[in-house]
Design a protein around this ligand. Structure first.
Ligand code: PMP
Length: 386
């Protein structure tokens, strides 16, 4: 039984069983509640108890702020999935991959005697890259708009830092870096590079990759992410950033993540991914069946792809629907959906056209059912009016 405070916004009552028929479908936000049933199934084995006297120190017994045991578990989960090469690389932890975004920009920026690094990303992109870079407002780097503006600047004397999200938030595409040249540094945000959300065509071996527990186990509130780094100098600079900004990640959180990964890698380590993939695939198929009947709305095109983890061709299972309103009169797609009781996230948030809206598919099953009900009636109206 769920406590009142955990009820989905469309349900009320002490056991959340009372359906509030008039409530909107909230498909905004990125809370990965779709994984909650897995953790309910493993409630006892994934629990931790920390006594008051435990882990009071700033550091571990080796003087580090990073648990080496947790590093080993992270390498183990990447080894099981085959989604990233970790051998011979450095791993650092952040308070969510959010903290690591700017740590990486700082570490890849040139020394202050040179002109500031130009930070770019390709629309549609996760807005935090721009927002953080502008917010931290450093002399070492500045946000310089869409990558396409700089595509032909290959001989430029500037340092470029390109954010690449792969799979992409919002559209689930396996993006690759666009800028080429000796002074281009790429930050690969691989938060969604797990079998839940995409086929794994090969292990990623990029110079700097970011991952997040939020999207691996669903524990967004724990605020834990990690970077896998090839170059020692970049690693050292990221460590400076993390030490100066927060003296590393909470030891309590590292303990919790250790426990979660211990459960996630139990047996052959496949159970969690079988659950997450089948849930997300099922949602995508159901959503496609609804939107397929519509001329007014369309979804991003994603194709089945060979997955080295499942050792077969598998269907798409993206974290988000990137919905497009096709009609001229629905130019503001967000408002069109809102009028039908569906709250998404505006395309303009991702530096894209207002014709697009992102709908989150990673929330609870209740959220997904309410969303599909609203979409089904919206599409049905289209046919009634024909
Ligand atoms: N990168 C991308 C592409 C994301 O979508 C998110 C979270 N929605 C993050 C980074 C930040 O994740 P974290 O919870 O680890 O800070």
């Amino acid at each position: 039984n769920k406590s009142r405070c955990e009820c989905n916004s469309c349900y009320a009552g002490s056991d959340c069983s009372q359906f509030l028929s008039d409530c909107p479908a909230n498909a905004d936000g990125g809370d990965p509640y779709f994984m909650e049933p897995f953790w309910m199934q493993h409630a006892a084995s994934s629990a931790i108890l920390v006594s008051g006297w435990h882990r009071m120190s700033y550091s571990y017994s080796d003087g580090s702020v990073i648990s080496q045991l947790l590093v080993e578990y992270i390498k183990k989960v990447h080894g099981i999935v085959g989604n990233a090469i970790t051998e011979g690389k450095y791993i650092v932890f952040g308070s969510g991959s959010t903290q690591l975004l700017n740590a990486a920009v700082y570490a890849l920026s040139p020394d202050p005697s040179m002109s500031p690094a130009k930070v770019v990303a390709t629309a549609p992109y996760y807005p935090l890259y721009r927002e953080q870079t502008q917010f931290f407002n450093s002399r070492d780097f500045s946000y310089e708009g869409d990558t396409s503006l700089w595509k032909n600047n290959t001989n430029s004397s500037f340092r470029f830092i390109e954010f690449v999200t792969s799979p992409n938030n919002p559209d689930g595409k396996l993006n690759k870096g666009i800028l080429k040249g000796s002074d281009v540094k790429t930050i690969y945000d691989r938060a969604y590079y797990w079998p839940h959300f995409t086929a794994i065509p090969s292990p990623a071996d990029d110079d700097l990759m970011l991952f997040s527990i939020s999207k691996l186990t669903g524990h967004a509130g724990s605020r834990f992410g990690w970077a896998i780094i090839k170059d020692e100098a970049v690693y050292q600079k990221m460590m400076i950033y993390l030490r100066l900004s927060a003296m590393g990640v909470s030891r309590d959180v590292q303990l919790r993540v250790l426990k979660l990964l211990d459960v996630a890698t139990e047996g052959d380590g496949k159970e969690i991914f079988q659950f997450t993939y089948s849930t997300m695939r099922d949602r995508w198929i159901r959503l496609k069946q609804i939107i397929y009947k519509s001329k007014r709305f369309s979804l991003q095109k994603l194709s089945p792809q060979y997955c080295t983890f499942f050792k077969r061709v598998r269907d798409p299972s993206p974290a988000y629907a990137w919905l497009k309103c096709e009609r001229q009169q629905d130019m503001n797609c967000y408002e069109t959906l809102k009028a039908a009781g569906i709250i998404g996230r505006k395309g303009s948030n991702f530096s894209a056209d207002e014709r697009y809206v992102r709908l989150s598919l990673i929330k609870s099953q209740d959220d997904f059912e309410i969303l599909t009900n609203k979409l089904r009636s919206l599409v049905a109206k289209e046919w009634e009016s024909n």
